[in-house]
Design a protein around this ligand. Structure first.
Ligand code: COA
Length: 652
């Protein structure tokens, strides 16, 4: 069975995963049948899909009407009827092995020969589920994350007998429905994301159990110093402390005493009103940025996660890249653990594990052979030009983790900002990788550069806010990135579809030309964070727009639509989605095929003329940006953003 052979999909289960998967599959244009064991469950699931589709349409996230999508969904209670002509079945029943085996046993009798039988289990063995059938080669894991409509990641998991063809078609199908698949090549407990995530909560719990840290200190440090979307205890309260407890029990792992105490007291997290935080009489996860006091040994947590990643790579379960994508998309990590390890230095990571192992004798610090081998071979990370990834050491090409780049024969260099999970927000890595790309690609091979965002929502929603809090003013050296783009000796064009905000907007302004779809939005929201544009935006906006319009954008932090942006002279064209590619093509035709030396000179002299006093302006802007990074207002603004509440500024 290949992707083209898949026409009809059946989802078994109409609960939160089942109806979510059904919705995603139908949105992608497939005919799908959603089946549950009672009409009542099916109806509830159907209503939830309808509600969700209405929300998506209201917010303008999809341009199909709810009716169009619902027309592709059929419902069923009878299993035979639901799967009789299915090419792909995705089972999303409750997480009980006996139940799943019953279902797969029945599927074996009822589903057409050759159909792919996928299970959405998040924790059970694919091999064991497949053993209930006489066709284990057709059984594969497709682990969607909750909620499927929002979460981009799907783990595609091999059972012991899964055929390559089955896994490859499942992988292609996941791509076809607009999600990002990663291969999990062996049926390991927890697959990739939950395996690597395990130590995040576990190590923190051991540290609190050993009275080496407090709950608030751990959470505040991981969020405000290390950029994770949630603290380990906050996360545990959200998912349920009993869940982590039973996962450890089943895996035969020791239980940290704080976890045992909470389970004994039946304080299991948000669902019981109390866990590590009090959600009934207290304010919930109320740790503050100042609880991150610089004393918490976060490396213990990160070293263990990196160690898990190294085990998976060494055991051929997943590649470093798959793991990093998995953790970014599936767990909201600011960057993947392998990439982060390469920055920390693998020797530093290994040393931490060995030190803990020696001090405690506990298995959980046992270093992975793969990690030891890398360190022994001198591949200690970015500084050594090689670690989990290659950074251009010994004939290797640098591997980019936040951008995709392609240079075609005509000399068109296409750069995609590839952090869709953060609306392509610019972080240090991304800026670094773009600079590296532009500086190392031979200029004579390039005639024009385009920038665009991946995903369908944003060009870029700005600098990555989650990285701001721990930043020192001298680290705010973002200007280089924008300057390298602005001064690139070939014409540059920004292809804008969706949000073009803050640093993303500044990147677009650093390009020579800008074409946007009509539904794009432009703005400088920095003021709402207690900041100002820090990538040349204040200066470039003043030069491109009237004084009044530039100040309106920067002072008010509001967004303008593409039509207004065109009228104001901020962009070259605002066009309907359907005309976007053609318009871009027309421009590129001139840029790629125009006289390169003349184009280069034209750019150089036009910019120089415009920018006579730019350096002074940029210097001032950079000083002000650095100063603002130290203010309480900026900390308040960034915390408020992450907590999804309104900021209260005090002018401090
Ligand atoms: N930095 C880091 N993460 C960002 C981000 C940024 N600049 N902009 C968006 N994201 C993340 C969100 O936190 C969210 O992550 P989550 O799913 O883990 O919660 C994800 O991208 C999707 O964004 P979301 O806010 O859920 O989408 P939305 O449609 O509700 O709103 C925006 C879209 C662009 C209006 C909103 O994300 C926003 O205001 N972003 C910040 C823009 C900004 O201030 N940029 C200037 C920075 S200097």
């Amino acid at each position: 069975m290949e992707l083209d052979d898949i026409d009809r999909v059946t989802v078994l289960g109409a609960g939160s995963m089942g109806h979510g998967i059904t919705e995603v599959v139908a949105l992608a244009g497939y005919q799908v049948t959603m089946r549950d064991i009672e009409q009542e469950y099916v109806d509830d699931g159907y209503d939830s899909i309808k509600w969700s589709l209405e929300k998506l349409a209201e917010k303008g996230i999809v341009d199909q009407t709810p009716e169009e999508v619902l027309n592709r969904i059929e419902t069923a209670v009878d299993l035979g009827e639901a799967v009789s002509d299915a090419d792909l079945v995705i089972e999303a029943a409750p997480e009980q092995m006996s139940l799943k085996k019953d279902i797969f046993g029945e599927l074996d009798d009822l589903a057409p020969e050759g159909a792919i039988l996928a299970t959405n289990t998040s924790s059970l063995s694919i091999t064991e589920i497949a053993s209930a059938t006489d066709r284990p080669e057709s059984v594969v894991g497709t682990h969607f994350f909750n909620p499927p409509v929002k979460m981009d990641l799907v783990e595609v998991i091999y059972g012991a007998e899964t055929a390559d063809e089955t896994a490859e078609t499942a992988y292609a199908f996941v791509e076809a429905i607009g999600k990002t698949p990663i291969y999990v090549r062996k049926d390991v407990n927890g697959f990739v994301v939950n395996s690597v995530l395990g130590p995040f909560g576990d190590e923190a719990a051991w540290m609190v159990s050993g009275e080496e840290a407090s709950v608030r200190q751990a959470d505040a440090t991981m969020v405000h110093e290390r950029g994770y979307p949630m603290g380990p205890f906050e996360l545990s309260d959200l998912t349920g402390i009993d869940i982590g407890y039973s996962v450890r029990k089943e895996a035969g792992k020791p239980i940290p005493p704080v976890v045992q105490e909470k389970v004994d007291a039946e304080e299991l997290g948000q669902k019981t009103g109390k866990g590590y935080y009090d959600y009934e009489s207290g304010d919930g996860a109320d740790y503050q940025p100042e609880d991150a006091d610089g004393e918490f040994d976060w490396l213990r947590i990160e070293a263990r996660m990196i160690n898990e990643a190294a085990k998976l790579i060494g055991d051929d379960v997943a590649t470093a890249e798959a793991i990093d994508i998995g953790m970014r998309l599936g767990a909201g990590f600011p960057e993947g653990p392998c990439r982060r390890a390469d920055k920390l230095g693998l020797d530093t990571v290994l040393e931490k594990l060995r030190e803990r192992h020696e001090a405690t004798g506990e298995d959980r610090y046992d270093p992975a052979a793969y990690l030891e081998d890398l360190v022994e071979a001198g591949k200690t990370g970015e500084d050594a030009s090689e670690g989990f990834y290659n950074y251009g050491g010994e004939g290797g090409e640098r591997h980019y983790t936040t951008i995709n780049a392609d240079l075609n024969e005509d000399g068109l260099l296409e750069v995609e900002l590839d952090r869709p999970e953060r609306l392509n927000a610019l972080n240090g890595d991304l800026m670094d990788e773009v600079v590296h790309l532009l500086e190392t690609t031979p200029t004579e091979d390039v005639r024009c550069v385009t920038f665009e965002g991946t995903g369908d929502r944003a060009f870029s929603a700005g600098a990555d806010i989650t990285g701001f809090s721990g930043m020192e003013p001298h680290e705010a050296g973002v200007t280089e990135f924008f300057e390298v783009v602005a001064e690139y000796p070939r014409p540059t064009l920004a292809k804008i579809q969706g949000f073009c905000l803050g640093g993303g907007h500044e990147l677009a302004l650093a390009c020579d030309l800008r074409i946007a779809t009509e539904d794009s939005e432009f703005g400088f929201p920095e003021i709402n964070l207690g900041l100002i544009p820090g990538g040349g935006g204040t200066q470039r906006a003043m030069r491109m727009l009237t004084d009044a319009r530039a100040k309106e954008l920067v002072f008010r932090g509001n967004r303008i639509d593409a039509e207004t942006a065109e009228e104001w002279g901020l962009i070259n064209r605002a066009v309907p989605e359907s005309e976007f590619d053609d318009t871009v093509e027309e421009f590129l035709d001139d840029l790629v095929h125009g006289a390169p030396i003349a184009l280069g000179k034209a750019k150089q002299v036009m910019n120089a003329g415009r920018d006579q006093d730019l350096s002074a302006g940029l210097e001032l802007e950079s000083q002000a940006f650095g100063l603002l990074l130290t203010t309480e207002d900026m900390k308040e603004g960034t915390s408020a953003f992450m907590e999804k509440r309104d900021a209260e500024f005090e002018g401090r």
